[in-house]
Design a protein around this ligand. Structure first.
Ligand SMILES: *Cc1c(COP(=O)(O)O)cnc(C)c1O
Length: 328
């Protein structure tokens, strides 16, 4: 199997050390008392740009050749990967082009432009934006930086696993938000590389869990994309997936799916008990414990992966003025 070895993750850590924040790992009193085991929160939502995606993007850009850096990078993400790539490229003095469809809301476009990226608005779908990415790769020689299925991205996300294994040396279980699997593959490779007895469990939403469906089918499959509070976990794994599908198949001990109500309860707990603002994708570890879908049996680490949620939506969730099913 093609994988990402531990020493690549350690090299990524040295490469990005002065580009990212080594976020704190803190003990959760409320969850530890409730579940009778030490529960720790990896506060990665406090990462620069508001998510762990900066780790992979920084490593991918730092790994480019001088010629590639001179030409620039391109991606089609309007979410956390796009933000991270824009920021990381600007820091490195590299041109970044982010392609998006006409349907992307103006506030998201402005945010990514503010982070220093050039914006290309093309067509009416993510697929149209991806066609423009491929054109820029072919015509202008830009380097495409994929959101998860890439060795430099996986190694960058894996640096989070190194920090977890150091902060909690007796860790028994790590709960990882799971979409395309770059985070889960990198974290599992790092944590299990340092501590083979640790278990790593992926958490997705019931509404469109592409990796879970693919693992069940034994190969990458497409699922219908549905609105969800965990919007950063939407999207497919790619039918031509090279790395993350096999790594998740071989390294994850289990994958758990959550309802919208359960995800909302995770956001509320993070805010009221932990005093942390997290987006839906960042709340799924807490949510899985609260829902009883993961029974922790030893020191457990939950990755709060991001905080980029619309604050009006966040307010209505914590005030309980909107039903979770309708909120997304
Ligand atoms: C991208 C993202 C994930 C999922 O990461 P994958 O590598 O695609 O599995 C989880 N949480 C947040 C906040 C994200 O932005």
């Amino acid at each position: 199997m093609q994988t990402v070895p531990l020493h690549d993750i350690e090299a990524a850590r040295r490469r990005i050390a002065d580009r990212i924040v080594a976020t704190p790992t803190v003990s959760s009193t409320s969850l530890s008392e409730r579940f009778g085991v030490p529960v720790h929160l990896k506060l990665e939502q406090r990462q620069i740009t508001g998510s762990f995606k900066l780790r992979g993007a920084s490593n991918a850009i730092a790994s480019l050749s001088p010629q590639e850096k001179a030409r620039g990078v391109v991606a089609a993400s309007t979410g956390n990967h796009g933000r991270a790539l824009a920021h990381a490229a600007r820091l490195e003095g590299v041109r970044a082009v982010i392609c998006m469809s006409k349907l992307v809301p103006a506030n998201k476009v402005d945010e990514i432009r503010r982070l220093g990226a050039e914006i290309r608005i093309v067509g009416n779908s993510q697929d149209d934006a991806q066609v423009e990415v491929e054109r820029l790769v072919a015509d202008e020689g830009l380097a495409m930086v994929p959101p998860f299925d890439d060795p430099a991205i996986i190694a960058g996300q894996g640096t989070l696993g190194l920090e977890i294994a150091e902060a909690v040396p007796n860790v028994a279980t790590v709960l990882v938000p799971l979409s395309g699997g770059g985070l889960a593959a990198g974290v599992a490779a790092a944590v299990k590389g340092l501590k083979p007895s640790a278990k790593v469990i992926g958490i997705s939403m019931e509404r469109g869990p592409a990796m879970k469906a693919s693992l069940d089918a034994g190969r990458p499959v497409q699922v219908k994309e549905l609105p969800t509070l965990a919007d950063s976990l939407g999207g497919g794994v790619g039918l031509d997936n090279r790395l993350t599908f096999a790594m998740c198949r071989d390294l994850l001990d289990d994958v758990v799916l959550l309802s919208e109500d359960e995800i909302a309860a995770g956001i509320v707990h993070a805010y009221e008990q932990e005093r942390e603002i997290v987006e839906g994708a960042g709340a799924v570890g807490i949510a899985a414990l609260l829902a009883g879908k993961v029974k922790p049996s030893g020191p457990t680490v939950l990755i709060l992966s991001g905080r980029n949620i619309d604050m009006g939506l966040h307010r209505s969730i914590v005030c309980g003025t909107v039903e979770a099913e309708r909120a997304a």
